[in-house]
Design a protein around this ligand. Structure first.
Ligand code: PMP
Length: 390
């Protein structure tokens, strides 16, 4: 079909063509492909829990006890004891009354936003919010007012001047997935109070990473009581798969009854739920995991800054090295792979044109010497003529 050919041709011509690459993860820090091992510096497995023996054993036990699939949607036959336990423990972890598990973080954002907002409402959304937030906003058919990234003056302005016949919602990533910076939740919640807006925070990259005990950005800023809706994922620091929302009992009851991405999809498999539950327990009982992640993050950030690489400042394990041109970012990622390091090149439409980057992520399982080795190689690659565009 011609339109398929045209689309793919255009994507290739603009260096925007994407394909899946096969990696076999053999540890939280190492992948294997065609007999060669690579250092993984691109995963969101922030605490390295995918290969934690207790987490793996919990998944194995769950398969033996409950089988491989859930066999039903959550409101029919897909809610089993492990799910109840996970939701209770997530709620406790988030210091919320209740929590609800979705099949992915993407589906959580889709379901929560599309059920909370209606066409009469206005959603105020950061321009760099994740695609799943954007899609959830669109699905709600509410008016969407996009504010410049983390620009509180602009948000204030929009809150002031946008006519709203219904509810106001402010939605933001807690940690932005491509820049690794934190949303200014202190100011956002203050504006939320001023304009009676419901605050929705997506802590996909913050749960297990930011805040005391990895409780997320609301806890980090001390505004947990002012963020009514906290979204998270089980697929990053918790090393499993799935998403969740935490909040008041009434909120969770409402979402359970309204969110189509919750209602009309088969529940997650026992192995996945058991892994997420075991990982959450590791996070709660082993605070040193978060400390180790923070230490590794600071170590790499320090080394990259000392090497004068164009790194975006911050405190999170998402460390973007801005390259600029799409072509250069792809070439760099390829060269690093040749040298045994996996770092992904992130390009438009995921990030704005001209801000293509290497997105380096650190996790708690990395050793300092392998991180130092990687920084040396990255530095040499970027310092080649023609690579450093910015
Ligand atoms: N929100 C943000 C900010 C994300 O980065 C992602 C995943 N990249 C998601 C939501 C979706 O989560 P999941 O991968 O669990 O669907």
């Amino acid at each position: 079909m011609q339109f398929l050919t045209d689309f793919l041709k255009q994507a290739k011509a603009g260096n925007l063509y994407r394909k899946t690459v096969t990696y076999n993860p053999i540890s939280p820090t190492c992948v294997q492909m065609e007999g060669r091992r690579y250092l993984m510096l691109a995963s969101n497995n922030y605490l390295g829990l995918t290969h934690d023996p207790a987490v793996q054993q919990a998944a194995i036990d769950a398969i033996r006890l409950y089988g491989t699939g859930s066999g039903g949607a959550r409101l029919t036959t897909g809610t089993y004891l492990l799910v109840d336990q996970l939701e209770q423990e997530l709620a406790r972890f988030k210091e919320a009354e209740a929590a609800l598990v979705f099949n992915t973080g993407y589906m959580a954002n889709l379901g929560v936003l599309s059920s909370l907002a209606e066409p009469r409402d206005v959603i105020f959304s950061d321009e760099l919010n994740h695609a799943s937030i954007i899609d959830g906003c669109r699905l709600s058919r509410a008016q969407i007012a996009v504010y410049r990234h983390a620009d509180m003056e602009h948000l204030h302005n929009l809150l002031e001047k946008t006519v709203c016949m219904g509810k106001r919602l402010i939605v933001t990533d807690g940690v932005f997935s491509m820049d690794g910076d934190l949303a200014p939740l202190g100011e956002i919640t203050r504006l939320g109070e001023l304009y009676d807006a419901i605050i929705v925070v997506d802590d996909a990259h913050s749960t297990g990473v930011i805040g005391p005990g990895g409780k997320g950005t609301a806890a980090h800023f001390g505004v947990s009581d002012k963020v009514q809706v906290q979204i998270g994922t089980l697929s990053k620091a918790l090393g499993a798969e799935g998403g969740f929302v935490a909040g008041s009992k009434e909120l969770i009851d409402y979402i359970k009854n309204k969110a189509r991405s919750f209602i009309f999809s088969t529940a997650l498999a026992p192995a996945t739920i058991a892994a997420a539950l075991a990982a959450l327990r590791q996070l709660v009982t082993r605070p040193e995991l978060v400390t180790r992640l923070t230490d590794n993050t600071q170590y790499v950030r320090r080394l990259l800054q000392a090497a004068k690489l164009p790194v975006v400042d911050g405190v999170t394990p998402i460390i973007p090295i801005i390259v600029g041109a799409e072509e250069a970012s792809v070439r760099l990622a390829y060269e690093l792979k040749q040298q045994g390091i996996i770092i992904t090149a992130i390009r438009p439409p995921t990030v704005p044109t001209g801000t293509s980057r290497l997105r380096l992520t650190v996790n708690a399982a990395h050793e300092l010497d392998e991180l130092a080795w990687a920084v040396d190689i990255i530095t040499a690659a970027i310092n080649q003529p023609g690579m450093r565009v910015r």
